[in-house]
Structure formats: C-alpha cells, structure tokens
Design a protein around this ligand. Structure first.
Ligand SMILES: C[C@H](O)[C@@H](O)CC(=O)C(=O)O
Ligand SMILES: [Mg+2]
Length: 511
C-alpha cells in the first residue's frame, strides 16, 4: 500500500557537552552537540527519523529551515519520492524561491540533509533493511537515479558512474603506454568511440578488446588487462564483482575505525593520558588529536600522545580551520616530527587552492591534507579532487544533501582514487555515516587501504540502535533504517529550552 507522508515534526535537541569540553577544538571551544531532529509519519502509521548535526545556538536556525522545507515532503507518497529521487532532491534544493538562501550550502543544506535522512530512514524501514544493505542491494541504475549530476559532469558522468566509459579510459591509458605510436592505437580509438556511442553494446566491444589483446605483445597485453581491471571510471557495474564476499567480510570483521575521543582540545594532559591508556587497552590503533590554538601546547600534547601510542600506531591532527595558508604550512612543519598521517581542515573549508598549496608543501613530509566536514556540496568536493587539494575525503552524512549527494562524492572520490575517511565527530554522526562507508567498501571502492571511519565515544546511549564497535571496527547495523531514531525520553529531556536538562541549567546560569 502506498505510504503517504502526512506529518513532519522537527525538534531542537541539545546536549550540554561543552560542560565537559567534549568535542572541543581550536574553533569550537564550547560545543554543545545538538541536532535538528526530524520525524516524518505516514498515513499507514510508519515513521522515518532523520537528523542533522549542529552545535548549540545554531540549531534554532536549522529547525526553522526544516520547517520551511516541510511543505515539499508532506502530501507525497514514499513511492513517489523514491521513484524519482533525483527529481525530489532537485525539488528540495532548487526551488525558485528557496534556493536563494543556498543554493545547496549552509543552513538550508543542513536542513535538506535532515529531511532527506528521514526519507531514507523511512525507505529502509519500509524495505525491512538497514540503510547500508538497502544501498548494497540496489542496482547501479537505481543508485545513479538518486544522484543529481548537475554541475559535476565535467568530473563524473552518469555513464561513467554506471560503468559505460571503460573504453574511453582504456584508450586513454593505452594511449599513454603506447607513447611511440603503434598500430593498435587506431583500433583502440575506434573501440573507444564505439563504446562511448553505443554503451549497450559494451560486451561486443570487450570481445573486440580481447581479440586485439591476443595479438599484442606480452607487455601490451599486461597493460590492457591492467587497464580493464584497474579502470576507476568503470564504477558501479564493475564493483558488482566480489560484493557478496565483501559484505560477508564486513559482517564478520566490521569496518576499521579511529578514535578522536582521547584528545579534544579542552581535555587536560591527565585526561588525555587516561583516555589514551583506556583506548589502547580496548584495541584502538588510530588516534586523532586536536591542534591549532597554541603551538607549544600542540607540541607538548602531540609528544605525549605519540609517546603513549608508540611509533607504529597512526596519528592524525585536526586544526578545524584555524590557520591561514602559510601559517598552516609552518605550524604543521613544526609538528611533523610527531608523524601525522594527515592534517585536517588546516584552513578555510572553502579555500580549494589554499588546500592545494598546503598539500603540495606537506607532501615531502609525508603528511596528507584531509577535509570535508564543512565541505558543503558535491561541487566543492569535485574541485578539491580536480585540484589535488586533499588526500583524504571526509564525507559527512549531514553536511552534504543526505545519502543522495554523498553517493556522488563517494563515486567521484573513487574515480580520483582518493580514500574516503568519513567525519563522525558529533551526535548521531557515527550512527549515520557507518552506513555510507559500509556501502562504499562493498559496492564502490572495494578497498580498505588508508581508509577508516571516525568514531567518537559520546551520546550513543540516546539512540535506539546505537553503533556497535568491536576491536576498533564498526560492526554493520542490523536494525532496519538509518540508525538515527532517538529515545523519546532523551528527546524530551534534552529539548531546548524546555527539556528538564536545559531548564535546570538555564535556571542556574548567571543573568
Ligand atoms: C565541534 C566538533 O566536535 C568538531 O571538533 C569535530 C571534528 O572536527 C572532527 O570530529 O573531526
Ligand atoms: Mg574535524
């Protein structure tokens, strides 16, 4: 029976994390982890839950934006929405009056994520599957039908995402390997043109490829085979191979994670030492430390954490946009002896060329640049990738326009061969993003090299299906949905400003 969405509610839910300095960094010194929490209800009695992460006072603005979008959802059936998900995404992001306050960025994009996250949750529940499994079971055609390719076709077309452009890539890679111009250049060119023009006849093109390869010298045959098996424009259809094994692997081992919870900037050295000791005992081997306020403090804290974890474990550093470009380079150079794998958000999240300059300067030190938690849409990610401005892509389940826009970024990252290491520092972000990275491994990247998903050890007790971590790995969620339903009691007590937690805190606050 069609499920018509008849109601959308949104609540301002905040947790006073600033009291314990949990989540603190060089730019967010007193973060109260918060969400704009959305519930949609159907006439059949089903509910979908969605949220977007915010930090304290900003939440009320996001709540207002969600209310402004609710008219696009209420009255639609789930079938109508998911039957043309690309169209629905555009309806939300491209409305002639609403788009002026974006487009596709800032508060309105956070609100879009909250609403669409609820729709994806409803869809997964209706199918009786956790979201990652819903995505894994979708055909490549269904997956691309959820993506708005507008503004990114110069980096990734729908055909490439599906896997119809392999011949073009084959031509490009053979073109370079056959630099002295051999007789096969022409046939390959013809095959490439044929493949591009008649994507449905690809199998025939492959047959011809196979025939040609038989006639080539051994090294050229190797080159051809390599191109076919390592073609990164040949995305979703190619990744169908081995999917079942990868899904089984994930169910058994889980997805590798790193922890940020030992070293928030406002934690004392004593706290850092204790948390690090506990984390090591629980099997964590990858740690992120906040930096950027005072160089001397950073040196002391980084020395401490490196001494604690030893030379072989992985350390990442996060500056949360604190520096100018030159300052970032010299500051991180000073911290290089502590051997960070990456420096995260060294400067403004909008400064693509600045990130490229920093990447270039730090490459000789073996330090990569990571960014994405405030990268507001697929167009920004496209340019970061095109400019080789980052070496680690940090998708965020709420900063981008929900699963739809995250899919496009996962595919672009795969095409550009940049590892994805999702951001999850916030309330509910671990619960959400685990689904996306599981899908990425099983259905897109098929690669765990240099990849890990962030974990923060806060506020999971407020969710009905909290994340499960075993031996520093995310175990795939089993419950249907997108894992962001919160306990009713938690929502009630933490609602701002009337929930009992806030009523008490506000009563104690000085005038
Ligand atoms: C304010 C948040 O806690 C932020 O510091 C999170 C973050 O940058 C991360 O987890 O990475
Ligand atoms: Mg960060």
């Amino acid at each position: 029976m069609p499920q018509k969405i008849v109601k959308l509610t949104v609540k301002d839910v905040r947790f006073p994390t600033s009291l314990g300095q949990h989540g603190s960094d060089a730019m967010h010194t007193d973060p109260d982890y918060s969400v704009a929490y959305v519930v949609i209800e159907t006439d059949g009695g089903m509910k979908g839950y969605g949220l977007t992460f915010t930090v304290g006072r900003g939440t009320e603005v996001v709540v207002c934006a969600v209310k402004a979008l609710s008219g696009f959802v209420v009255g639609k059936t789930l079938e109508e929405i998911v039957g043309d998900f690309r169209g629905f995404y555009r309806l939300l992001t491209s409305d002639g009056q609403m788009r002026w306050i974006g487009p596709e960025k800032g508060v309105i994009q956070l609100a879009t994520a909250a609403v669409l996250n609820a729709v994806w949750d409803l869809w997964a529940r209706a199918e009786g599957k956790p979201l990652w499994k819903l995505l894994v079971d979708m055909s490549p055609e269904q997956l691309v039908s959820c993506i708005d390719f507008r503004y990114i076709t110069d980096a990734l077309t729908e055909q490439e995402a599906l896997g119809e452009a392999c011949c073009t890539l084959l031509h490009n890679s053979l073109g370079s390997s056959l630099s002295n111009g051999t007789v096969i250049k022409k046939p390959i060119q013809l095959m490439s043109d044929y493949g591009a023009r008649f994507p449905n006849h690809q199998s025939r093109v492959f047959l011809i490829c196979g025939f040609v390869s038989l006639t080539l010298s051994r090294s050229l045959t190797h080159s051809l085979t390599h191109s076919l098996s390592h073609s990164h424009s040949d995305l979703l259809r190619k990744a169908q191979t081995g999917k079942t094994e990868r899904e089984e692997q994930m169910l058994k081992e889980g997805y590798p994670a790193y922890t940020t919870s030992c070293a928030w900037l406002g934690y004392s050295d004593q706290q850092l030492t204790q948390l690090c000791t506990d984390a090591l005992a629980s099997g964590w081997s990858r740690f992120k430390v906040k930096v950027g306020a005072e160089l001397e403090d950073d040196e002391r804290r980084c020395r401490l954490i490196r001494q604690m974890i030893g030379p072989d474990k992985t350390l990442m550093m996060d500056a949360n946009q604190r520096w100018d470009v030159g300052e970032a380079i010299s500051w991180v150079t000073s911290l290089a002896p502590f051997r960070p794998l990456w420096i995260e958000e060294p400067t403004s999240p909008d400064d693509i060329l600045g990130h490229a300059t920093i990447s270039k300067a730090l490459a000789p030190l073996g330090i990569g640049v990571a960014s994405g938690e405030q990268c507001h849409n697929r167009v920004m990610f496209k340019q970061f990738l095109q400019a080789s401005a980052l070496q680690f892509v940090q998708i965020d389940s709420c900063r981008l326009g929900s699963v739809n826009e995250n899919l496009s970024v996962l595919l672009m990252a795969h095409k550009f061969q940049v590892p994805v290491c999702p951001h999850a520092g916030g309330v509910g972000l671990c619960e959400l993003v685990q689904h996306l990275i599981l899908f990425d491994y099983i259905s897109v990247s098929a690669d765990l090299n240099n990849r890990m998903c962030e974990y923060v050890d806060h506020l999971h007790e407020h969710f009905t299906s909290p994340v499960v971590i075993r031996n520093a790995h995310y175990l795939p969620p089993k419950d249907p949905g997108y894992s962001c339903e919160m306990l009713e009691s938690s929502v009630e007590t933490h609602q701002f400003p009337g929930g009992v937690v806030w009523a008490n805190l506000l009563a104690k606050a000085p005038e």
